[in-house]
Write a protein that binds this ligand. Structure first.
Ligand SMILES: Cc1ncc(COP(=O)(O)O)c(C=O)c1O
Length: 371
């Protein structure tokens, strides 16, 4: 290992995942790759490039600085900001020539006013809160009024109408069907009244489970990274995990019975055993809650994490007579030999979702991009 720790990201996997999603939605539906939060920890710019090469036509982010970062490298890309914007952030988003999301009439007016002040004609998407209960207008009548108002005002270009699902990742969820029906009830007549209005609703889970949710554009995040929106094996959907997290064995030490590893002495050797020290910890995004609760691959074999995960190190039990020597590569996420550790496995151990596993990998870990 040339580096203490590295997140290796496969551009080819991202491209292949986008191609697969593009095939799933078909030619009538545009693919928008969601690359917020640094491309879910994979690196926004590189992911964006790979996603565009894989057939995505749009890129979505949550914040104005994220849009500005993409624009600095991708002058032609179609960008959409999904999140709320302060007045100062709105200017940053408009300067980045990103489409913005509106739902409150006062904010829609601010967008038009700031557009005029900046000499731009902002492109806007109206957000309908069909049941997520976060951002967006809940009242269908108010959504219709806002769409009408924007369509009648030359200072802005009305581009889209969208919603977001709360339970698409719960197979068989009735609420998902209800949200889709609620959205279509508002969206279909509005599209008849405003031909060309881009309707979008599906995240990765909805894209994979329900063709009726594809509409004009699918906004896929987690599946682009080859992670399973349902928390299972992404291979079931033909998705390829794009990220691997590697470190190495910095030291191997013999522990006699009773010797402990790490802060708080949360693990003791019960028999003579060797402990490997890996120079990666929660400062890198390997959560402390994995203390005594994870496995690491070395030489293609799984070894348990023992003792407390500290900021910069963790320890693994290599057993009585290990083949492992200092310098051996170690895999926290990814494949080695015939085995692999998925982000979904770590998520299960932590009672969280795979999104949080990769997004938590800190900037201290260099990202290396491979084909
Ligand atoms: C509004 C919106 N659309 C789409 C997505 C993509 O979701 P997923 O990563 O589940 O595909 C997100 C991500 O959280 C989102 O917030």
């Amino acid at each position: 290992m040339a580096q203490r720790a590295i997140a290796r990201v496969s551009r080819g996997a991202i491209q292949a995942n986008c191609r697969l999603l593009g095939e799933r939605v078909g030619a009538e539906t545009t693919l928008c790759a969601v690359v917020k939060a640094g491309g879910y920890g994979h690196g926004a710019i590189e992911v964006a490039r790979a996603a565009l090469a894989g057939g995505a036509s749009w890129l979505a982010v949550a914040t104005a600085p994220e849009a500005a970062e993409l624009r600095s490298e991708l002058p032609e890309a179609r960008l959409l900001v999904l999140g709320a914007l302060s007045e100062a952030e709105l200017d940053v988003a408009l300067d980045a020539d990103a489409d913005v999301t509106v739902w409150r009439p006062d904010f829609a007016e601010l967008v038009r006013a700031r557009g005029q002040a900046l000499g731009r004609r902002p492109r806007v998407h109206v957000k309908y809160d069909s049941g997520m209960g976060r951002l967006g207008e809940r009242d269908p009548g108010a959504v219709e009024a806002l769409v009408r108002e924007l369509a009648d005002d030359d200072r802005a270009e009305l581009v889209g109408l969208w919603t977001h699902f709360a339970t698409a990742d719960e197979p068989g969820s009735r609420f998902f069907d209800e949200q889709l029906a609620r959205f279509l009830e508002v969206a279909v007549p509005l599209r008849e009244a405003h031909p060309g209005l881009l309707l979008h609703a599906a995240n990765s889970a909805a894209t994979l489970r329900e063709p009726a949710a594809h509409l004009d554009m699918a906004r896929c995040g987690i599946a682009v990274y080859g992670l399973d929106p349902f928390g299972e094996d992404p291979g079931q959907h033909g998705l390829r995990p794009a990220l691997e997290l590697w470190t190495y064995v910095a030291d191997v030490k013999l522990f006699e019975p009773g010797a402990s590893a790490g802060y708080g002495r949360k693990w003791h050797a019960t028999e003579p055993t060797h402990v490997g020290v890996l120079p990666i910890g929660y400062g890198d995004g390997v959560r402390r809650a994995l203390t005594n609760n994870a496995e690491v691959l070395v030489g293609g074999r799984r070894y348990p994490v023992v003792g407390t995960i500290s900021m910069d190190n963790l320890t693994i039990d290599l057993g009585r007579e290990p083949d492992v020597v200092p310098g051996d590569p170690a895999v926290l996420i990814g494949a080695q030999g015939g085995d692999r550790i998925l982000a979904e496995e770590l998520a299960r151990r932590l009672e969280t979702i795979n999104y949080e596993i990769t997004s938590a990998i800190s900037p201290r870990v260099p990202r290396e991009y491979v084909r």
